[in-house]
Design a protein around this ligand. Sequence first.
Ligand code: NAD
Length: 503
Amino acid sequence: MSLPYAPRFAFYDGKRQSGTSTSSFQTIDPATAEPLANIHTTTHAAIDSAVVSAQKAFPAWSATPPIERARILQRAAALLRARNDEIARIETSDTGKPFSETSTVDVVTGADVLEYFANLVGGGGMNGETAQLRPDAWVYTTKNALGVCAGIGAWNYPIQIALWKSAPCLAAGNCMVYKPSEFTPLHSTALAEVYAEAGVPPGVFNVVQGGGDVGAYLAKHPSIAKVSFTGQVATGKKVAGSASGEMKYVTMELGGKSACVILPDADVDQAVDGAMLANFFSTGQVCTNGTRVFIPEAMKPEFEKRLLEKMQFIRPGDLHDPNTNFGPLVSKPHYDKVKSYIKHGIENDKAKLLCGGTEIPSWLASHTNKAYKNGYWVQPTVFTNCTDDMKIVQEEIFGPVMSILTYKSVDEVISRANNTDVGLAAGVFTKDLNLAHKVIAQLEAGITWINTWGESPAEMSVGGWKQSGLGVENGKKGLEAWVRNKSTLVEMGGAVPTVFAKL
Ligand code: NAD
């Protein structure tokens, strides 16, 4: 049977590598459950070859002046922008996210980050520091590339994640072997070809395909200097454990259960807009989602009324229709997982179901594309009267499921918001900016927002606290994660200082 997309293989030495696999699987269109492409799992021997390709490319690439690397990466950013819609369509097919999102967020925010790091290293970002110790002695530091690095991606923002890892990695002079999620691998070949066309030398950016076993082999590979991982907390702990045990550098971008705090003076309408953005964008499949929505007790009736009125503006449907703003979940296993959480919320946690639930969405029955009935569509769901001990309030669902919790005092809400093992994101909605800063300062999370949610520009370093991760991506600090420091003390006094001189 012919499939909509060409098969995907490993990519190294600057080209697609067929014959690097003894098994394959299919990536699936989440809107219809129909196969999109055959993905050929990269064998261990071929992963070794991809690493060797990167090792061979490293000496010349790391010695290329930063401004020249910047020029090449800027060309790649321009190519990504020129192909925005083409790549966005690939992402829509693979992830199930509406084209209205993928065409305005996924490729754009990836290209922005590539341009940012190219400009940063081109403008002196790789320079070290000097310290004059005495008139005839000083210390200087240099930033040195790490070598061959592994990037391992999650399925929710595939090309964006690939770019958030590869952009600073390559800009700093490293080479990368990247493994996309097995659920959304299509973008990886497109990105490798964009880099090649822009003039990134063969071996500098490479791709291997497959699931967790391929990721585990890559992360443990003795020639890998660093592992940058995005995924679940449980997987991240395994990967960080094995990588850091071998003294590899690690960056871990993991899951969360973030608090969205509506302060007592907030405008209810704005608070509802914020809470919806923090829960239903990308069908709730955003790591930083504010799924624990804390509202003052007195605001509850009005908040819920306005929320129910605005839920109708969530528009599932044809993913290529520019008005569609809600897609299916990414895969059958994830669909089953999210539905089981909703069922648990109703039957075991006994939270009050304000809207949504486990029923098949009613609009599917009349949709013109009959295949949509087989897709992984769920209803956006809101639970209210929630309590902190409920499973739906404690665990990351990673779907369109909002939990409303009420509070009496600001001190109480801060302490309850922090009462979790994870600390990825948090945010507040209020007209009182003094209070906003006081509350934000006390929230235990690495990414925070005031009166907005979810925007993550290239300039903003992002990373989780507690179990949500290690290190940051993006911003100036993001570059430091891809270099190692060398400090040199220079003595010019004319004589080597010694304590072993003849008395
Ligand atoms: P996952 O942990 O199941 O998989 C992530 C990647 O790891 C995949 O490529 C997978 O093949 C690979 N993998 C699985 N087992 C491995 C192993 N033992 N060794 C090495 N690699 C292995 O995560 P997912 O379901 O793909 O992604 C969803 C999760 O990602 C959510 O928890 C979400 O919060 C998180 N996420 C975090 C961020 C962030 O920036 N903090 C961004 C996006 C997603």
